[in-house]
Design a protein. Structure first.
Length: 552
């Protein structure tokens, strides 16, 4: 297969030659570097490449060219190669051209001339763009297959686990892919015991737990050592940030999560107000990059559930679900929150069988051309509604309050109002779930409490994004929490639990009632429930970790 193409365009021959040389020096082994001296010539080259079924990974175009500007070219090239990355070169900070390029040509970046030295001003940008382009290509299938009916017990949990951990798999629904039953027969597996995961080495897991999957799929489920400088519990944005800063500053860091990196934010289809990402970023991509960064810096990840923590002689001993223990002088609690439960008739019966908490990314493609319901009026619900709108025929947002303004960012409200297949139903509450007429095990109808009274409606898929419930039931009573379960830390200890802190010194800003146990992110009492805030707390927690360790 021919190498993907990087196409450079500039009417100044000397500049074009310099661009091409820089591209060849860094990317010549993996890509073909082509050039064009005008927008029209570049368009002709692009069409020829398209006719030959060649692939273009990136366009790097000058803006100020006679006949056809860089923005005009990139806008037309986008229709030929919509997945190619588009970069605009400007002679100076031409804000107007850049804004037009972002809106019309949907460029991914713009660079100012000169870009010297390329190691600092050119290569880091192109490295990120080309890495993202490669990630977006259809991955090579590695053979893992999941055989499970969509509404079967455990189906959603397994698909969500594999997807969130970026493990490639092929999903085969026996109703749509009856040939998969022969695969089970060939391996002597009872087709009445689904879900089944088939591995390329001929082995299989029947009705597996997520821990079974983690171990078999190559995720680390046992700690390499018994003692660490700092153990981070929870791999959401706060935990990932703590792992990155802890590892980068020389602390032997272990981060433990029972499910996947990213936490609740990892299921967000689009985060558009995170600093530095002008076109937004998915929670999955943000989590993946943070995970890679932490691993590269030396943090160790563990896919396990933490059962308890106890403190002895200045150390904290963390017990895992498999019975093993790890110890540390410092522990950071970054377990995040779960979406609150509805507590309505039918909730337990239809969970995973039409009723989902979060899960926009995992289930969206299965809702093509359907009418779906999203419960909630905050940012997570708005992000999910926007994502579902690309797949579903109609998205109905059920909002208990008078509107979205009090709980949702304005940019999301504007996007929702501008999306024709999203309907916002205010002062509306989901009060009951009912079985489908065709399948008693699957959701088919819902009951709503509306300003006009109780209303019944057909509904096969309902996605819930309401409230926040902390994951703190496993903590000992010595770690003081508020009446909702959020962990008190720093000044909040003296304000709300005067007798909880026993030492002469004041607790550090994010320190819990147990010295050496810190709290960061959404699980902390009084935290701002935003991704950037969680990252900030996870980062600064390491500063207090160093201060605490210096006192030992």
């Amino acid at each position: 297969m021919a190498k993907p193409v990087l196409l450079a365009i500039d009417d100044d021959v000397s500049v074009l030659e310099a661009v091409v040389q820089d591209l060849r020096r860094k990317y010549g082994q993996q890509y073909r570097i082509l050039r064009a001296a005008s927008g029209q010539a570049a368009l002709d080259v692009s069409r020829q490449l398209k006719e030959r079924n060649d692939v273009v990974a990136l366009f790097l175009s000058d803006q100020r060219m006679p006949g056809m500007t860089g923005v005009d070219f990139l806008e037309q090239a986008m229709h030929l190669y919509p997945d190619a990355k588009r970069v605009l070169l400007t002679a100076y900070a031409d804000t107007e051209a850049a804004i037009r390029a972002i809106n019309s040509a949907r460029i991914h970046y713009y660079l100012n001339k000169p870009w010297d030295p390329p190691k600092e001003k050119l290569y880091p940008v192109l490295d990120d763009l080309l890495a993202a382009w490669n990630d977006g290509r259809k991955p090579v299938y590695d053979g893992l297959q999941l055989i499970s009916p969509r509404w079967g017990a455990g189906d959603h949990e397994i698909r969500n686990f594999l997807s969130r951990n970026l493990i490639p798999f092929k999903w085969l629904d026996p109703e749509k892919n009856p040939e998969c039953l022969q695969l089970l027969c060939d391996r002597g597996i009872d087709d009445g015991k689904l879900p089944v995961v088939l591995f390329p080495d001929g082995s299989s897991l029947v009705q597996p737990t997520t821990n079974d999957l983690a171990s078999k799929a190559g995720l680390r489920t046992q700690a390499q050592q018994e003692h660490y400088d700092v153990v981070v519990v929870g791999a959401g944005p706060a935990g990932l940030a703590a792992a990155v800063y802890g590892a980068s500053e020389g602390l032997h860091t272990l981060i433990i999560d029972s499910f996947a990196p990213g936490g609740q934010a990892g299921s967000s289809s689009r985060i558009e107000n995170y600093l530095g990402f002008s076109q937004g970023i998915s929670g999955e991509e943000l989590a993946k990059q943070a995970y890679i960064q932490a691993r590269r810096l030396g943090a160790e990840f563990l896919t396990q559930r933490v059962c308890s923590i106890k403190s002895e002689n200045g150390y904290h001993i963390i017990k895992l679900a498999d019975g093993r223990e790890v110890s540390c002088p410092v522990c950071i609690l970054a377990t995040g929150v779960d979406y609150c439960r509805l507590d309505i008739p039918g909730e337990e019966k239809f969970s995973g069988a039409g009723l989902f908490y979060g899960a926009a990314l995992t289930e969206a493609s299965s809702c093509a051309d359907q009418e779906i319901h999203v419960v909630g009026g905050a940012n997570s619900a708005g992000q999910a509604a926007m994502y579902f709108s690309r797949h579903a025929r109609l998205v109905r947002m059920l909002v208990r309050g008078e509107g979205l303004e009090k709980s949702m960012s304005k940019y999301l409200i504007d996007q929702i109002r501008g999306t024709s297949n999203i309907v916002v139903e205010t002062r509306t509450e989901l009060v009951a779930l009912h079985a489908s007429e065709h399948d008693a095990a699957h959701l088919g109808r819902i009951t709503l409490k509306t300003p006009d009274g109780l209303v019944e409606r057909d509904a096969a898929s309902v996605f819930v994004f309401i409230g926040a419930s902390p994951k703190t039931d496993w903590l000992p009573s010595a770690v003081v929490r508020d009446d909702r379960g959020f962990v008190l830390g720093g000044p909040d200890l003296k304000a709300k639990a005067k007798d909880a802190w026993k030492l002469a010194r004041d607790p550090y800003l994010l320190e819990s009632s147990v010295p050496g146990i810190f709290v960061a992110g959404d699980v902390r009492h009084g935290s701002v429930k935003r991704c950037a805030s969680a990252v900030g707390e996870g980062s600064i927690a390491i500063q207090f970790v160093h201060q605490y360790l210096a006192t030992l």
